[in-house]
Design a protein around this ligand. Structure first.
Ligand SMILES: Cc1ncc(COP(=O)(O)O)c(C=O)c1O
Length: 382
């Protein structure tokens, strides 16, 4: 038999993409309101800084291949931003670009495994952005979701020995999606150091800290850690795909070399725009005000509708459950909100097995639509 006609059957069980599972709920909202307000995916809807279109069109950087590690201008601008935000001095040599940050989250485990083949376990908060787990799966590695308190502290004493001994990479997320927590990073820094794992802190929401001051893992350590940053949320540039990582010189060197071989490159014009956006803060201030206002409006309306919901310490999500109101799980809450207010939210099971009763609401619609949802819920929230 021709072997090409009988390929080995794949044992890879690709899970459904979480947001594809919301079609039924969108149908409920459409049936009642003719359309829906989508607060499920955390995709920015507000404008990027005003200089973006002109700079993109006139950069002259579209002809040649861009540097995979990122232009010196981008890396210098990122270093300046880190200094301003966190009062940490970092050499631009120890910073490298990413094409947005999701691809980095998904590909890092496999690349780190090349650096440390003895280790094969990826750890991440049990309630978290699903790509941490997916990155381990796509790299053929084992994974362990670290149990957490309700306020986002990781319970490292519940990590089993096999996961400790094999620990390659520990993810933390500050402020966290979906919980909005700003848990102290120090226990994770200590645990990762003691167990020989690389600690990567995903800080893509760090400009949206509402209580206390924003911190970075780079304030805690420089060896064995990376901080990951994105321009998607801070500058509403999710469609341009640009971010960066910074930290341990040897890890940055190795990972950026591997990524160069693999052809990860941020388009040249986008690098220029990102360098400019990182050196400019007034647009972030405007965005902070927008998100906080929307959080307050929906927080008020959902509270009036009977949900026990708290404003987050950071990020632009509300995270709450409907158990007290008799809802069986987050899918039921999501169906109810679609029916009553025409709004689409994400069931908690999208963020791990530990939170099926929760839902996440992203305040990523224009404020007038958020107000509309709030009024349908029975209160304007003020
Ligand atoms: C926690 C977290 N990390 C990373 C990302 C990826 O964002 P991007 O690829 O746009 O940088 C997201 C996107 O929602 C996120 O919520």
């Amino acid at each position: 038999m021709n072997p090409l006609n009988s390929p080995a059957k794949s044992t890879f069980d690709l899970p459904p993409y979480p947001y594809d599972r919301l079609e039924e709920i969108k149908g409920i909202a459409e049936a009642n309101f003719g359309e829906y307000v989508d607060l499920s995916v955390g995709t920015p809807v507000d404008p990027p800084p005003s200089f973006v279109p002109h700079l993109l069109a006139t950069s002259g950087a579209e002809r040649g291949y861009p540097a995979s590690i990122g232009s010196l201008a981008l890396r210098k601008s990122a270093a300046w931003w880190i200094g301003e935000m966190f009062d940490v001095s970092i050499d631009p040599k120890h910073i490298a670009a990413t094409v947005g940050t999701k691809e980095f989250v998904a590909s890092l485990p496999g690349f780190l495994h090349l650096l440390n083949p003895e280790r094969d376990v990826v750890l991440y908060p049990e309630v978290s952005y699903p790509t941490y787990k997916m990155g381990a799966i796509l790299s053929g590695l084992r994974h362990f979701p670290v149990p957490m308190t309700k306020t986002g502290e990781l319970l490292f004493d519940q990590v089993p020995n096999w996961a400790k001994e094999g620990a390659l990479l520990l993810w933390i997320n500050y402020p966290s999606n979906p919980m909005g927590s700003t848990a102290d990073m120090e226990p994770a820094v200590v645990w990762a150091r003691e167990n020989g794992a690389v600690l990567v802190s995903d800080e893509c929401y760090v400009e949206f800290v509402w209580s206390g001051s924003a911190t970075s893992v780079l304030q805690h350590a420089s060896q064995g850690v990376l901080a990951l940053h994105s321009l998607s949320k801070r500058s509403n540039m999710a469609g341009l795909r640009v971010g960066f990582y910074a930290g341990d010189p040897e890890i940055v060197r190795f990972i950026s070399e591997v990524r160069k071989h693999a052809g990860f490159m941020v388009p040249g014009p986008v690098q220029l725009v990102a360098a400019e956006a990182l050196s400019e803060n007034s647009h972030v201030e405007v965005q902070r005000r927008r998100y906080f206002e929307r959080l307050e409006i929906l927080h008020g309306a959902l509270s009036e509708a009977g949900f026990k919901v708290q404003l987050p310490n950071g990020g632009f999500y509300l995270w709450f459950e409907g158990g007290d109101l008799g809802f069986k799980d987050g899918f039921e809450v999501a169906r109810y909100l679609a029916e009553r207010a025409g709004v689409i939210v994400s069931p908690g099971e999208f963020y791990g097995d530990a939170s099926p009763e929760y839902v996440r609401v992203a305040v990523v619609a224009p404020t007038d639509l958020i107000t509309l949802v709030a009024s349908r819920l029975g209160g304007l929230g003020h």
